[in-house]
Write a protein that binds this ligand. Structure first.
Ligand code: SF4
Ligand code: SF4
Length: 110
């Protein structure tokens, strides 16, 4: 199964998301394109690697103010991060088709 060179390998479509980062490395989502001005081709600028858990996380869920260039604000991070997590359907399984793995370099943030 595909992976992006670090972290876990991509699970099959529909299986629980394990933070492999494949989808975000391949193509920034609508949130990244709308709020971060990301291009249609990855990796997403908000793709974070969590060294402690050896997996990727979404920066727009973990620390949206950082990636939106807003002043640090824990309460805003919580509100915005929760909203983005709901929009992304975090925790509802892998919604990325099973194609070949994209080539990636080290994430810009992490
Ligand atoms: S949705 Fe799928 S491809 Fe994207 S990070 Fe989760 S497991 Fe990986
Ligand atoms: S905003 Fe988050 S979910 Fe969307 S592509 Fe970037 S890292 Fe992935």
């Amino acid at each position: 199964m595909a992976g992006v060179g670090r972290g876990p390998e991509k699970p099959r479509f529909g299986e629980p998301c394990n933070g492999c980062g494949y989808c975000c490395a391949l193509q920034p989502c609508a949130i990244a394109q709308e709020y971060l001005g990301a291009e249609d081709v990855g990796p997403c600028p908000a793709l974070l690697f969590d060294h402690q858990d050896d997996r990727f996380r979404c920066g727009m869920v973990v620390s949206p103010t950082r990636f939106m260039f807003l002043p640090p604000d824990a309460e805003a991070d919580l509100i915005l991060g929760t909203m983005f997590a709901e929009m992304l359907a975090v925790g509802r399984g892998c919604d990325s088709e099973d194609f070949a793995a994209p080539e990636t370099e080290e994430p810009a943030h992490g």
